[in-house]
Design a protein around this ligand. Structure first.
Ligand code: 3PG
Length: 306
């Protein structure tokens, strides 16, 4: 029987697991769960007899790929697939897919929620600030950037976006000001939300030179990946710009230094939780299961990334 392994160190909501189970049952596949596992060796062991693997930010390295002797497909239930060794998968003929857009709303809502939380001083009763009338830059106008812009507009913010991969017309049709030069985005916006994938080109891209262009009240919001921020530049910004604040769903390696020296100017979640809503889990989890069924039964390779 075709075996699907759902390996989630950070488990999906029960309703999502139930939905995945139903899709697998209807296809005549067996679903095996590996949730909240303690060690990478647990995944290596569990994948050994799986035909397909559904993961979140779980690390699928060469060891996992090699251990999956029957493995045909890995679906990252989410957007970013920097946790999967694509070269190792391709070398073994394993197809890798993601489920773009399925958890974007949850991530966008968290980003805006964290902005309000820090502006209101963690709801401690002290006077805070508002988002209305502030400039908000979207560094990348993909699924998440688009929703953040929409929510920001609803809050009365002035929205700007930079994305060389999205046509200017598409951005402007949403009532968003398109900035073709990334430096212009940072010069104009008090708030910038970065929604870039972690690639060789983007790692360390958000550096001091870029951040220091931001006007007074500069606040960087990162719900993407910690690797896209140049941490030396981040620390320099904290030191040289007392107005600078950093909000993130992916705590930096230098978090202890920031916490020690810059109280009230940062917020990060204790564990990445942008996509951690029942709705996002259902959207991404069920899409992953359907993609596996479509691939195994009909050879449908839509959303293949390798
Ligand atoms: C993604 O790339 O889809 C997000 O970072 C969500 O990651 P998660 O599934 O580990 O919460």
């Amino acid at each position: 029987m075709t075996k699907i392994l759902l390996a989630t160190e950070k488990p999906f909501a029960p309703a999502a697991v139930k939905g995945i189970q139903t899709i697998c049952n209807e296809a005549g596949f067996e679903l095996v769960l590996l949730e909240k596992y303690a060690d990478q060796s647990d995944l290596v062991k569990a994948v050994s007899d799986a035909d397909a693997l559904i993961i979140r930010s779980d690390i699928v390295d060469k060891k996992v790929i090699d251990a999956g002797s029957k493995l045909k497909i890995v679906v990252r239930a989410g957007a970013g697939y920097d946790n999967v060794d694509l070269a190792a998968a391709s070398a073994k003929g394993v197809v890798v897919m993601n489920t773009p857009g399925q958890n974007s709303n949850a991530v966008a809502e968290l980003g805006i929620g964290m902005m309000i939380y820090l502006n209101r001083k963690g709801y401690n009763g002290a006077a805070g600030t508002e988002l209305r009338g502030k400039s908000f830059g979207l560094h990348a106008y993909g699924n998440i950037g688009k929703i953040m812009g929409h929510i920001g507009k609803g809050l009365g913010m002035d929205i700007y976006a930079h994305d060389p991969f999205v046509d200017r017309i598409i951005i402007e049709n949403d009532g968003v000001r398109c900035q073709e030069d990334v430096t212009e985005l940072y010069k104009k916006c008090q708030y910038v939300a970065v929604n870039l994938p972690a690639t060789d080109k983007t790692k360390g891209f958000i550096n001091f030179d870029l951040l220091s262009l931001m006007p007074k009240g500069a606040t960087l919001v990162n719900t993407a990946r910690k690797e896209i921020i140049d941490e030396a530049g981040l620390l320099k910004m904290f030191e040289e710009r007392p107005d600078f604040r950093y909000i993130t769903d992916v705590a930096p390696d230098c978090k202890d230094t920031i916490a020690e020296k810059y109280e009230g100017r940062y917020f990060w979640t204790p564990k990445k939780m942008g996509a951690q809503t029942a709705e996002a889990n259902i959207n991404a989890g069920l899409a992953a299961a359907r993609q596996i069924v479509g691939f195994i039964k009909d050879g449908d390779s839509t959303f293949k990334v390798n």
